[in-house]
Each structure stands twice: as C-alpha cells, then as structure tokens.
Design a binder for this molecule. Structure first.
Ligand code: 6PG
Length: 469
C-alpha cells in the first residue's frame, strides 16, 4: 500500500467524503484521513467495492500511502484547524509534496501558510471549492491558486472531478499565492448579493402581487428556463414547492427570517473597502443578514411605525417587471464582483484572467448562471474591461431592463416593501453612469471646514478657498 494512492484527503465530513468519492469515480485511487474513526470506517465501507478508496486515522500511515509528489487536499473548517492539520502532516512530508486547502480560508491566512511551507519545500494551494455537498460529489467548480509549476500534478485530478460546461472543466490555474481563495471569497460575495436580490423579488411577488408559493414556484421555474437561468433561481423555485413535515403548510413559511453567515460575504465587503472598490450590492446583502438578526427589535419597531399598504398591481405585469429587475440587478452584482477582482489582481499581483474566472463559474458553483457565458465572452473580447457596464454586449441588456427596475424600486418605496438590494443595484448603476455627481459639494465642504483643498473642472492644480470671507 505504500506510496501508491494518487490523491489524499484530510477531513471526511460531508464535503470531504463526497469529494474523495468523486475522485475515485474518475479513475484515481484516493486515501482519506480523519481523526474520527467512524468517518474513516464509513468511507471505507462506502468506497470499498471500488478498491480505489481507503482511509486511516493515522497521519503517518495516511501520508505514506500516497504517491509522490503527494497531493493532499484539506477539507476542514477554515481557521486554526487548517494550521493544526498542516502541523500534523509536516513530519511525514517530503520536499515537493503538495497541500491543497479546499476550505473558505481567509486569503491572508493562505499567503502566510504558503510562505511558511515554501521554506520547507512544500507547495501550498488555496483552492476554493463551490457547489455544496452535491457539487463535491458530482462536480464542483474549483478555484486553485498557488505554484504554477506544482499545478501540473494536481491538474489531471481537478479537471476530471470538476463540473463540466459543454465539456470544459470548471477549474483552471488562477494565479499565485492566495489567488484561489480570493476569487472564491468574491464568488461568495456575489452569492450573497444574488441571494438577497432573489429574496427581495420573492417578497415583492408575495406582498405586491399576492402570488402564492405555488404560483411563485412556477414563475421562478419559468424564469429558470430563460435568460435568468441559474442555480439560485432554480433552487428558489424548488424551495417554494417544499411541503412542511410538521404542519400542513409550506416549509418556507415556517422558516425563521434570520440569516446566518460564516463570514466570506463580509470579508468581500471589508476588502473592497480596503481596495476602494464600490460593491454596494454585496455590502447591503451583508447588512441585511445583520438586520435580519435583530428580530426582536424589528418586531418592536414594526409595532411603532405604520407601513403603507401595498398598492394593488396587475400580477402579469408585476411578474414581467420582476424578471427584468432581477436580471438587471444580477448584472450589477456580477459587475461589482468582477470589478473587485480586477483591482485585487493588480494590488496583490495575482494576474487574474477575468474571462477564465467567469468561464469556470459557468457550471458547478453556487453562482452559476446563463449570464456567466455572456460575462465570459465580454472579458474574452476585452480582457482589461474595467466594468461590465462598459461592455458593448451588456449595454442592451441593461437598457432593456432598467426602466422596470425603476418602477419596482419606486413601488417598493411607496408601499413600504424593503428592496435594499434592488434599489442599491439601481443606485450603483445611476451613480456609475453619471458623468457629473454632486461630490463637488463634498469637496467644497471638506475644503470649507478643513482646508482639504479641491481640484477644478476648468484648470489644472490644487486649490483652496477662504470660504468664510
Ligand atoms: C459554495 C458556498 C459555500 C458557503 C455557503 C455558506 O460556494 O459552495 O459559497 O462555500 O460556505 O454558501 O456561506 P454562508 O454561511 O456565509 O452563507
């Protein structure tokens, strides 16, 4: 058994077990490791017949079972555990071996680990894996970053297990150091934005149009066969048809309206602020999860303040406008995420290829959508495109959907239905496409109270005015 297995995986939770079985399904031999004996036994039992999967609780047995250079993937919770696992493996590793962190690690942690392991001759990859448990088993989108030379050893396995879009694997080498984790972080930021937007449309259809869950199920399903085709629209439709086991109603109506988060959306927003890149649709999606957590306060405030009753609307026109608004806002969320990636690439030296990133998001991952094929084409045609809104192929899509978005945002405001993601997407668009913004006033105010100076429209130079004279 020594030095024969093609691939090693530490962390045999749901994701890890599914990933390793996927590797074995694709003709590679794989060896698992977990401190939990039960998980080790469960994997041996599940993969036993294939003779391609084995596992052991002991780190030394695990490492020596693998062929060199060893390719060891970690699917363990992000944070301290990753460092602990790395330390437990180190005594048994040889120069040239490869460790791949498949979790949602913060990108600066990946940079630190990469530098630390490089000194020991070990290659370290941060590889975002998207698609949940089902994706891990049947084909995720994989976002690896690390040493380009070492990637050749991982490539055949990743390309075999990744989701395929028209035969093309949803994985590619993204860049050095933490490029993979960074791209996955922004993927998750976009994911937060799309989820927030979808939930607002669901709310609007319910409160303004009075659509039942069944009607909404059909509406989202219909959208999913058009230009809005995406994993999140598809599962929204499925969710709306799920019956509750414990009552006679639908499950979605019984779920507490407090959304949890593990932090990747917040990191995307925080880092966008550091870089000076506006991603308001992602920011508001994070804030809405925070507002949702204030359930008790919201209940009290709801009793204090009156809310206008929604004006009645014609269902059919509402549904068609909602489709347009959701499409418009999805574009804004992707535009902001791609913009952040472009800037981060320069700042951190990732040399990201945005067309390739959009390409590997077309299948397998949570934000997969028909739109990503168009985004891929836009960046392939113009690799240094500063913003999707400037791509000729997006102009018509945006022009055709913005009016409906305006109508719904206005409707939400007068009817007291919160549409923060939608209105934010619209505001982002209006601001980004305004050649003149009122920020001249802010500059004047800064100069007025703090002598911070300003520039002028009509001549070069830095100016200051004694305003109070
Ligand atoms: C994916 C997801 C996944 C993430 C969950 C939960 O791409 O498969 O992004 O990595 O962990 O979506 O994230 P939150 O708990 O922050 O909502």
């Amino acid at each position: 058994m020594a030095n024969t297995y093609d691939f090693g995986l530490v962390g045999l939770g749901v994701m890890g077990r599914n990933f390793i079985l996927n590797v074995a399904d694709n003709g590679f031999t794989a060896f698992g490791n977990d401190l939990d004996k039960e998980k080790v036994n469960a994997l041996i039992e599940e993969g036993g017949d294939t003779h391609k999967v084995n596992a052991d609780v002991d780190a030394s047995n695990f490492v020596s079972a693998l062929s060199k250079p060893r390719k060891i993937m970690l699917l363990v919770p992000a944070g301290k555990v990753v460092d602990i696992v790395i330390e437990s493996l180190l005594p048994y590793l040889d120069e040239g071996d490869i460790i791949i962190d498949g979790g949602n690690s913060f990108f600066t942690d990946t940079d630190r680990r990469e530098a630390y392991l490089k000194e020991k001759g070990i290659n370290f990859f941060g590889a975002g894996v998207s698609g949940g448990a089902k994706g891990a088993r049947k084909g995720p989108s994989i976002m690896p970053g690390g040493s380009r030379d070492a990637y050749q050893f991982v490539k055949p396995i990743f390309e075999a297990v990744a989701a395929k879009y028209k035969g093309e694997p949803c994985v590619t080498y993204l860049g050095p150091k933490s490029a993979g984790n960074y791209v996955k972080m922004v993927h998750n930021g976009i994911e937060y934005g799309l989820m927030q937007l979808t939930s607002e449309i669901y709310d609007l259809l319910k409160k303004a149009g009075g659509l039942t869950n069944e009607e909404q199920h059909k509406t989202f399903a219909e959208w999913n066969s058009g230009r809005l085709q995406s994993f999140l629209v598809e599962i929204t439709s499925e969710i709306l048809t799920q019956k509750d086991d414990l009552t006679d109603g639908d499950l979605v109506d019984m779920i507490l309206d407090k959304a949890k988060q593990k932090g990747t959306g917040k990191w995307t927003s925080q880092n966008a602020m550091d870089l000076g890149i506006p991603v308001p649709t992602i920011d508001i999606a994070v804030s809405m999860r925070e507002i949702s957590a204030l359930k008790d306060e919201r209940i009290k405030a709801d009793e204090i303040y009156d809310r206008p009753s929604p004006e009645s609307v014609v269902k059919d026109t509402l549904t068609s406008k909602a489709e347009k608004a959701l499409y418009f806002a999805f574009i804004m969320a992707y535009a902001q995420g791609m913009h952040q990636l472009a800037d981060a690439s320069k700042e951190y030296g990732y040399e990201l290829d945005l067309g390739e990133i959009a390409k590997i998001w077309r299948a397998g991952c949570i934000i997969r959508a028909a739109l990503l094929a168009d985004i891929t084409d836009a960046f392939k045609a113009q690799p240094d495109l500063p913003n999707l809104l400037l791509s000729p192929s997006f102009t018509e899509k945006v022009k055709e959907t913005v009016a409906a978005t305006r109508e719904l945002v206005a409707y939400g405001a007068t009817s007291g239905i919160p549409l923060p993601g939608l209105s934010n997407a619209l505001t982002y668009f209006d601001a980004y496409t305004s050649s003149r913004l009122p920020l001249n006033m802010i500059q004047a105010q800064r100069d007025y109270f703090g002598s911070h100076t300003y520039e002028r429209l009509d001549r070069e130079g830095i100016f200051h005015t004694e305003w109070e004279n």
